[in-house]
Design a protein. Structure first.
Length: 257
């Protein structure tokens, strides 16, 4: 004859475990969401960095353009000076020397104008790329704002859900035998300390055993052990994974789990 109190206790403990697993999964999501928000923001920051780098490149190009233009202006002044001198010199040699200086300035101007042209093309290219990036960053910002809002909404819902579950848990707990409860808590605490976050939610102290198989490790339970567990006289543990077994009662009219 089955011992109903223990059987009932196992059923309650199994319920508690199911609730706790749900709670763990809620907590997991609560931890994941801020990270998801950070990732969204990081994408915007990536665009901001790219824009800052290109803007700096453009500023540098424009600075070079200005310096080349200043060179042209200085050459113009210098050229005027040489031309003035040409009007006052008396020897042919001196005149030719000045002519050569002027030719040299003309050549310098030509080179500077080539450079300016290249720099202008470079500026245009950078401006076009910056305009493209502005469009993209604005799209990204809109997307981030919408998704962040959604995630924050989810966060608030989960917080409420978590509080509700914790309240239910607190009310549910006294129904379970203290010894069994303490054992469960010790086991869970040890598990949570060593397992990765994803594995935590799956960590179980009590395992359902259906069709003579441990629901946790999937190993067939020895007939002797199964028979013992079905008496519900004392806690029986899986010989393989050491979980507390909550076996399907031998009588089919008893609720399970
Ligand atoms: Zn097992």
């Amino acid at each position: 004859m089955a011992n109903e109190p223990l059987q009932q206790q196992l059923a309650l403990l199994y319920q508690l475990q199911t609730r706790d697993q749900e709670l763990l999964s809620v907590q997991q999501k609560l931890q994941d969401i801020p990270r998801q928000i950070e990732q969204l923001e990081a994408e915007v920051q990536r665009y901001e960095k790219e824009i800052a780098a290109k803007s700096a490149e453009l500023a540098e190009t424009e600075k070079e353009q200005r310096s080349k233009n200043a060179e042209l202006e200085m050459n113009t002044v210098q050229r005027e000076k040489y031309k003035d001198e040409q009007r006052t010199v008396t020897s042919n040699e001196a005149y030719t020397a000045l002519e050569r200086q002027i030719e040299f300035l003309d050549q310098q101007d030509e080179e500077a104008e080539d450079v300016i042209l290249t720099l202008m093309e470079e500026s245009d290219r950078l401006k076009e790329e910056l305009a493209g990036l502005e469009v993209e960053i604005n799209k990204e910002k809109e997307k981030t704002a919408a998704e962040t809002e959604q995630l924050q909404q989810e966060l608030r819902t989960l917080e409420v859900e978590k509080d509700e579950k914790l309240k239910q848990r607190k009310a549910f707990l006294p129904e379970i035998d203290k010894g069994l409860r303490d054992e469960y808590h010790r086991w869970m605490k040890a598990r949570l300390a060593i397992q990765s976050r994803t594995a935590r939610a799956k960590a179980g102290f009590i395992a359902l055993a259906e069709d003579g198989t441990c629901g946790s490790c999937r190993i067939a339970i020895q007939p002797q052990t199964l028979k013992e567990a079905q008496k519900f006289l004392k806690p029986v543990y899986c010989s393989s994974c050491k979980r507390l077994l909550y076996v399907e009662p031998a009588a089919s009219d008893v609720a399970f789990p």
